[in-house]
Write a protein that binds this ligand. Structure first.
Ligand code: MG
Length: 205
């Protein structure tokens, strides 16, 4: 019986589309390409998400390997991209309805400590019964340890959990650990429909 719903954050709760976010800082196609390839989702982001470097160290590292002409842009983006990290349409409304139906809601996310700043971008964060953030655990999805950390921290049984993530490998790892999983595609009512599939008497369980 599914009692607990676990959500990824990026592209489930908040919309992580680098080009859309970058477009708030520049309209120049070359600068947009540069930001997408060299600033967003690069090795520094992974280190930030793992919680092993600071924001200042990440910026320093990005500047050290990029042309000077982009440095001001890099600093502006690294200093303020989170203002444009905005909600995925419809997720909050679905989470509210599931919370009202008695499901416990959790978040399992690869994110830097900046999450404590941009969590104000969506009221969905306040619906969570618990949140596990990679940078606080020094573990990243899809490493099994971070899933086990969530289960242990909140005393959850894997078989009573349904996990939503837009990245297939993250869902596969959850399933290997006995957590039910769904690859999220940002379709209307997808979360509620998936939960209903799982709780039907003749469903997966
Ligand atoms: Mg994601």
């Amino acid at each position: 019986m599914i009692k607990n719903l676990i959500f990824d954050m990026g592209n489930v709760v908040l919309d992580y589309t680098p080009r859309r976010i970058a477009s708030f800082f520049t309209q120049d196609p070359e600068e947009l390409d540069f930001l997408c390839s060299e600033v967003f989702s690069n090795k520094e982001w992974l280190l930030l998400d793992r919680g092993v470097i600071t924001e200042e160290e990440a910026i320093e590292s990005i500047l050290s390997r990029t042309p000077v002409k982009y440095h001001e842009l890099c600093k502006r983006v690294m200093g303020g991209w989170e203002d444009y990290f905005l909600p995925v349409d419809g997720t909050y409304e679905q989470l509210i309805s599931l919370k009202e139906r008695g499901f416990k809601l959790y978040m399992l996310t690869n994110a830097s400590l900046k999450i404590h700043k941009y969590r104000q971008n969506s009221p969905a964060f306040d619906l969570m019964d618990g949140i596990v953030v990679s940078s606080e655990e020094h573990l990243l999805k899809p490493e099994p340890g971070i899933y086990l950390r969530l289960l242990e921290k909140f005393g959850l049984n894997a078989d009573e959990c349904l996990f939503f993530d837009d990245v297939e490998i993250n869902v596969e790892t959850a399933e290997k650990l006995g957590i039910h999983g769904h690859v999220f595609k940002k379709e209307p009512d997808e979360i509620v429909k998936t939960v209903e599939e799982y709780i039907k008497p003749d469903s997966h369980e």
